[in-house]
Design a binder for this molecule. Structure first.
Ligand SMILES: *Cc1c(COP(=O)(O)O)cnc(C)c1O
Length: 423
C-alpha cells in the first residue's frame, strides 16, 4: 500500500469531538479563533451554485456570495477541475520564477481592462494587499524634481465612507473611525473629503497630491455610487496636478456590475485599478493593474514583493473564472437579473431607496431594522448583509437565476414584518 492509499479523509483530520452541530462548532470557534469577527452567524459545511448548507443541514440561498467573492457560486465544476489539475501539476513557485497561468492571467486582465500599451499587473492575495501595492505606487509618485526644488508629493486623497481594507496602509485610506482609531498612528498624508462633492475634490487636489483613491461604488458604505461626472472630474483634476487616479474595484470589478469594471463607461483611463474579491471565483487572489508605461515604471525591481502573490493555483482559478464569465455571457445575465431584482425591491413596502448596478445592490429600509432583517433572513434560508442599520446589501453569485431572485423578493415583506415585530 502506498502512502496515498493510507491517507485519512479530510473529515477524519478535521474531526468532530462532539455532536458536530453548529452549536458545538461555534463553542470550539470561540475558544480557538481570535474574536475580531464576533460570533459567526452559522457554520457552513457545503455549497453548490447559489446554495449553501450549514452544519445542522439547513439550506440557504446565498445572496451575499462571500461578500461579492463567489462570482460563479459554490463548487463550480469547471473552476474546481482547473484548480485541482493545476494543483496536481504545479502548486506553488516563488517569484524568483514565473508560470504560464500567471502570465496568461496578467495578459487577460490587461485585455479586459482596456489597458493601453505599457500597462502592467502585480498579483497579490487579497483586496487589501492590492491596495497596499497601490499605496506604495502612490508614494513613489513623489513628483520631486531631480534638483529638489519641487516639494515631494505626500498628500493622498480618499473619500468619506471609503473602504479600502484593513492593513495599515489600506486602513489609512479607509474612512471609518471605529476601524482606524484603535491603530493610530496610521501612515500619514491621507485626507478624506466629502463623498461625491466635485468642488471639494477640485479644491483638494494640488501639486502636493500623490494620488486620489476612489471606489466607483462604495460597497461597504451601503452600495453608494459616485454621482455622474465625478470620475471624469477626478481624472481632469488629477491629470492637471500630476496626481494618480487609482480606482479601487476590489468589490465592483470582474463583472459584479454587469461590466468588467464598474468604471468602464466613464470614458476615462485611470492610472491604476485594484481588483480582488470576485477575481478568483472564491480562490484568494488580488491584483493591481497599472495603466501606461509611466505609472508602471513607478515601482521598480525590489520595491515591492510577495511570497504567494501570482501563485499558479490562484492564477489558474482566476483564468477559469474569467473564461466562464466571458464564454457563458454571464455579464449580460448579471445586468438582466440585477435589473429584475432592483425593480422588484423598489416595489416592496418599506423599501425607501434601491441603489447599485448589476448584482451589487443596496437598499434602504424605512426603519433601523436591517440587522434584524438579516437575522430573519437566515431563519428563512436567505444569506444577506446589513452594512448599516437601515441598509441591506446583496452581492450574490453572478449566476443567480431570476427565479432565485424571485424567491427572495417574495420572502422580503415577511422578513421586514418579522424584523419590525422584533423591535
Ligand atoms: C473588500 C474590499 C477591500 C479589502 O479586500 P480584502 O480582500 O478583504 O482585504 C478593499 N477595497 C474594497 C473596495 C473592498 O470592497
Amino acid at each position: 500500500m502506498n502512502q496515498l492509499e493510507k491517507s485519512p479523509e479530510l473529515s477524519d483530520i478535521v474531526g468532530t469531538r462532539g455532536p458536530g452541530t453548529g452549536a458545538d462548532w461555534l463553542a470550539r470557534y470561540s475558544s480557538s479563533l481570535l474574536g475580531v469577527f464576533g460570533t459567526p452567524q452559522r457554520v457552513l459545511v457545503r455549497g453548490a451554485g447559489c446554495l449553501v448548507w450549514d452544519a445542522d443541514g439547513k439550506e440557504y440561498l446565498d445572496l451575499l456570495g462571500g461578500i461579492a467573492v463567489n462570482a460563479l457560486g459554490h463548487a463550480h465544476p469547471f473552476v474546481t477541475s482547473v484548480i485541482s489539475s493545476q494543483l496536481a501539476t504545479l502548486g506553488h513557485v516563488s517569484n524568483f520564477f514565473t508560470s504560464p497561468t500567471q502570465i496568461a492571467l496578467a495578459e487577460k486582465l490587461l485585455e479586459l481592462s482596456h489597458a493601453p500599451a505599457g500597462s502592467k499587473v502585480f498579483f497579490a492575495n487579497s483586496g487589501t494587499e492590492a491596495v497596499e501595492a497601490a499605496f506604495k505606487l502612490a508614494r513613489r509618485n513623489t513628483g520631486a524634481s531631480p534638483d529638489n526644488t519641487v516639494k515631494p508629493r505626500t498628500k493622498i486623497i480618499a473619500l468619506e465612507g471609503a473602504f479600502h481594507g484593513r492593513t495599515m496602509g489600506a486602513l489609512a485610506l479607509t474612512a471609518k473611525e471605529a476601524y482606524r482609531a484603535p491603530f493610530a498612528p496610521l501612515p500619514g498624508g491621507v485626507e478624506h473629503i466629502p463623498f461625491g462633492d466635485i468642488d471639494a475634490l477640485r479644491a483638494a487636489v494640488d501639486e502636493t497630491t500623490a494620488a486620489v483613491f476612489l471606489e466607483p461604488i462604495q460597497g461597504e458604505a451601503g452600495v453608494r455610487p459616485l454621482p455622474p461626472g465625478y470620475l471624469q472630474a477626478a481624472r481632469e483634476a488629477t491629470s492637471a496636478a500630476g496626481a494618480l487616479l487609482i480606482l479601487d474595484e476590489v468589490q465592483t470589478g470582474i463583472g459584479r456590475t454587469g461590466k468588467w469594471l464598474a468604471s468602464e463607461d466613464a470614458g476615462i483611463v485611470p492610472d491604476a485599478v485594484t481588483l480582488a474579491k470576485g477575481l478568483g471565483g472564491g480562490f484568494p487572489i488580488g491584483a493591481l493593474v497599472t495603466f501606461g508605461p509611466a505609472t508602471s515604471a513607478l515601482l521598480t525591481a525590489g520595491q515591492h514583493g510577495t511570497t504567494f502573490g501570482g501563485n499558479p493555483v490562484a492564477t489558474a482559478a482566476a483564468l477559469a473564472t474569467l473564461h466562464v464569465l466571458e464564454n457563458q455571457q454571464v455579464l449580460a445575465h448579471v445586468r438582466v437579473v440585477g435589473e429584475h431584482l432592483r425593480a422588484g425591491l423598489a416595489g416592496i413596502d418599506g423599501v425607501t431607496e434601491v441603489r447599485g448596478e448589476g448584482l451589487l445592490i443596496g437598499f434602504d429600509l424605512d426603519a433601523d431594522v436591517a440587522p434584524a432583517v438579516v437575522a430573519a433572513g437566515l431563519e428563512a434560508g436567505f444569506i444577506i448583509n446589513s452594512p448599516g442599520l437601515h441598509t441591506i446589501r446583496l452581492a450574490p453569485p453572478l449566476i443567480l437565476t431570476t427565479s432565485q431572485a424571485d424567491l427572495f423578493l417574495a420572502a422580503l415583506p415577511a422578513l421586514l414584518r418579522t424584523a419590525k415585530d422584533a423591535q
